[in-house]
Design a protein around this ligand. Sequence first.
Ligand code: HPA
Length: 269
Amino acid sequence: MGEAAVILRKRLNEAFPKETLKAAIVLGSGLGGLVAELDDPVHIRYSDLPGFPKSGVSGHAGEVVTGRLSGRLVMVLAGRAHYYEQGNAAAMRPVLETLKSLGLEILILTNAAGSVREDMQPGSVMLIDDHINYSGMNPLIGEHTDARFTGMTAAYDDALKQALHMAATRCGEVLHEGVYMWFSGPSFETPAEIRMARVLGADAVGMSTVPEVILSRFLGLRVVACSVITNYGAGMSGDELSHDETKTMAPLGGKKLQKIIKMLIGDIA
Ligand code: HPA
């Protein structure tokens, strides 16, 4: 067990003796609202956990918050490291390895994304059905075991996808479904790149999540992911894109996604 896992295990044993963690949830830019929904929260800063990223993106808090959601114990990771920060696609590997050694089996990833589809407007929530790794990067480059040849045919867990759809229906929220295309960032796409993304089969574009999905499958975690749509892709609306817009718009779809996740967690046995 790594150092971070030892620290977390000790704190969790003190705060929640004998309780099993049901799921971990990674929060994207501007989606921090879920933290306030947790009962009996225990906060631990990334800076107190060896190997955890020093997240430098505004809108990302950089703390692990463990608490009860719908009565179940969950671990929320508020803040992620992105490839574009240091050019390291495996920046989240220590975090995901820690989750694995704490015995977690289910990972829910969230992000803010741009829509490539006219009928999926800002404020919508999209379940990621599959992805296109357009960055050309891979977090398993440099891994020496044969486990690096990780299968991605069923990367996004079918049972969890169905459970998310059911949860959305039960709380009366529309849940779109589509393909997420990973661009390295940090600059936004050009209008030509957005037209290309549409032709290639993308429904949403963003700068995160895909490396975490690859690492999760490598580690044997069950994973599901959702995008909160904060804007139309470049050139679709005429407006210039900005991180400020992402942060202001994220809570709109973020509130819907929070409701859906809360319902989903209540459904997990
Ligand atoms: N492109 C890439 N990443 C994003 C976008 C976008 O339009 N919106 C939010 N994150």
